[in-house]
Design a protein around this ligand. Structure first.
Ligand code: ADP
Ligand code: MG
Length: 225
């Protein structure tokens, strides 16, 4: 059986003017379904770039990425959009919620994009996701009316609502105090225990301790750890 995620020799170069930045320089690893992996390394080492590639938000310049046995490079725009929408949920450090939409509306959005659901079913699914993160009593709040930890919970509900098998989080506790960050990590732990594959980018030692497996990046390369 192939691993859920198989990366071989992944490279990514950014060009700024006449300067080339080698953000990833030959990164290879596999992640099995249900694993929980921390990606750590200093600032600028390529963590976010790697996560963007895993989430099919960026294409690598070299190497190969197989997701669920399929070569991502061979997917067209429609297939890529479907993968991003249904297979993968994304959580960001800055939450990235729509400021004028209520918490519930923010969570409904990925389902709207996915299409094919009646509005009542869509609402039911979003309500379940809000319940899952413990925010059933904050449905009509706008993001600015919520605490940082609550905003991140809404963002996690939004990532969960299409029931993806993979959750990708880029420094999800970076804007939270230690205690709130711990609560968010516990939530991630529960979601992983239910079988979801979890990949968390962080330079936070506490987060890394929560994960059995660590990938350590330095200057765009994986270190042995
Ligand atoms: P990390 O998340 O570990 O801090 P990043 O993946 O964001 O690192 O960045 C890796 C390197 O690639 C850095 O040197 C950064 O400046 C560069 N980089 C990232 N994104 C871009 C971009 N869109 N354009 C140009 N350079 C970029
Ligand atoms: Mg980053």
């Amino acid at each position: 059986m192939a691993a859920l995620i198989e990366c071989a020799g992944i490279r990514k170069v950014f060009h700024l003017g006449d300067q080339a930045v080698q953000a990833l320089d030959g990164v290879s690893f596999e992640i099995e379904e249900g694993e929980k992996v921390a990606v750590t390394g200093p600032s600028g080492s390529g963590k976010s770039t790697l996560l963007q590639i895993l989430g099919c938000l960026e294409a690598p310049d070299g190497g190969s990425y197989h997701l669920d046995g399929r070569d991502v490079a061979g997917l067209g725009e429609d297939d890529l959009a479907a993968v991003r929408n249904r297979k993968i949920g994304f959580v960001f450090q800055t939450f990235n919620l729509l400021p004028r939409a209520t918490a519930l509306e923010n969570v409904e959005l990925p389902l709207l994009y996915a299409g094919g659901l009646r509005s009542r079913d869509l609402r039911q699914q979003a309500l379940r996701a809000m319940d899952r993160v413990g925010l059933s009593d904050r449905l009509q709040h706008l993001p600015q009316q919520l605490s940082g930890g609550q905003r991140q919970r809404v963002a996690i509900a939004r990532a969960l609502v299409t029931e993806p098998r993979i959750l990708l989080a880029d420094e999800p506790t970076g804007n939270l105090d230690t205690r709130t960050g711990e609560e968010i990590l516990e939530l991630f732990e529960e979601l992983n225990a239910q079988g979801r594959t979890l990949i968390i980018v962080t330079h936070d030692h506490i987060v890394a301790r929560h994960c059995r497996r660590r990938l350590v990046l330095r200057d765009g390369r994986l270190q042995d750890s």
